[in-house]
Design a binder for this molecule. Structure first.
Ligand SMILES: Nc1ncnc2c1ncn2[C@@H]1O[C@H](COP(=O)(O)OP(=O)(O)OP(=O)(O)O)[C@@H](O)[C@H]1O
Length: 352
């Protein structure tokens, strides 16, 4: 097992830059997600890792080997990386076990060894009882698990996933997330997982690289990205919450309740302002008279109340016209007046 380093990677197509100076260090055995909106360059990065695309500049290093640079390109088949894509790309006329064993056949691994590895891979994805079926006789989730087993049999150091759950329904996605978790635990392989679905990335990955327009916006654990997003764009992209315009404050710091109320009161469109992120779970409905640490609760009006099953999403309007998302266990009447205390916030850099 070896460290995977993306060092100042660049990729342009016909002079158009689509990946701009990406640097990441991925530790052996880590589960890393590349997350970002459509077109931000995620698949291109994965394709460069796989060796399907040469890099325009920078390098990809695995352990002590340089796999890609402007001068060097190790071909895909010599990288020993497993790959699972959105379309399962199974051979329709081959049984499950033949599909899974195909990469070993190509490598001319003897039959006894091949069968042992096929059996083990099918056990990991819990498809032992389906070994003789054809892909057409399987559900979407089962087909995806066959593709997963096939990516495993060569015992790769690194497995690359490109939106593997994109074609599955919500229920199946949850089950497959569990399969990925078990797969990672059992194999210990380094995983690079491309998705545009933030909840999928948050629930699976140890570290997430959030990308926008070919550039790395932030690299961190799911908890870091949620609690301390770098800028306004990322705060809007990860998790739910409200970005408020307040009196100017330095970026990248926690703001306590009393300071936050003061900054909201001090907001004026005529002055220099800052953006802060308030998560809905940090908003409490309180009595109008509930002074805490000498700061008064904020008056709000209910604009929307949406039932979400386990709770209600409440959209509130502050006196200065800005919007706040809060949660409530009970429904609230539209246009009714209330008071809230904001527990804390996080100050953001403005987008560059
Ligand atoms: N072979 C190619 N030739 C020219 N442009 C390309 C090529 N492959 C990708 N691009 C462009 O590079 C940009 C990034 O594409 P990429 O597929 O990496 O994005 P993505 O983040 O994976 O998007 P999605 O989530 O929609 O798959 C896009 O603007 C795309 O049009």
């Amino acid at each position: 097992m070896a460290r995977l380093i993306l060092d100042n990677l660049h990729k342009s197509f016909h002079g158009d830059p689509v990946v701009k100076g990406l640097s990441l260090t991925i530790e052996p055995g880590e589960f890393v997600a590349l997350l970002g909106p459509s077109g931000c360059g995620k698949s291109t990065i994965l394709r460069m890792l796989a060796g399907f695309e040469p890099v325009s500049d920078g390098q990809i290093i695995h352990g002590t080997d340089c796999l890609s640079s402007a001068k060097r390109h190790v071909p895909t088949e010599d990288r020993n990386f497993g790959m699972v894509f959105q379309s399962y790309a199974l051979w329709p006329h081959m049984s499950v076990k033949d599909n899974v064993g195909y990469p070993l056949k190509v490598q001319k691994i003897p039959a006894a060894e091949r069968n042992r590895r096929i059996q083990e891979a099918l056990e990991i994805v819990q498809l032992e009882d389906y070994a003789d079926r054809l892909p057409a006789q399987l559900s979407g989730g089962q087909r995806q698990r066959v593709a997963l087993a096939r990516s495993l049999v060569t015992e790769p150091d690194v497995v690359l996933f490109d939106e593997p759950l994109a074609n599955l329904d919500r229920h199946l996605r949850a089950t497959m997330e569990e399969t990925f978790r078990a797969f990672h635990k059992r194999t210990g392989a380094t995983i690079v997982y491309v998705t545009h679905d933030q909840s999928e990335a948050m629930s699976l990955a140890d570290h997430i690289a959030v990308l926008n327009k070919g550039q790395l916006v932030q690299w961190g654990t799911p908890q870091e990205l949620y609690a301390t997003p770098k800028n306004t764009w990322l705060a809007n992209f990860i998790g739910r919450g409200s970005v408020l315009n307040v009196e100017a404050i330095a970026p990248q710091q926690y703001i306590n309740s009393a300071d936050l109320h003061r900054l909201i009161d001090g907001y004026s469109p005529q002055k220099i302002t800052s953006n802060v992120l308030v998560r809905p779970q940090d908003i409490a409905f309180v009595e109008a008279s509930a002074d805490v640490a000498s700061s008064k609760p904020l008056a709000v009006t209910v604009r929307h109340c949406i039932f979400r099953g386990e709770r209600y999403d409440i959209e509130l309007i502050l006196n200065n016209g800005q919007t706040l998302l809060a949660y409530s266990d009970v429904p609230m009447t539209l246009e009714s007046l209330h008071h809230v205390r904001l527990g804390q916030a996080w100050s953001l850099e403005s987008e560059s």
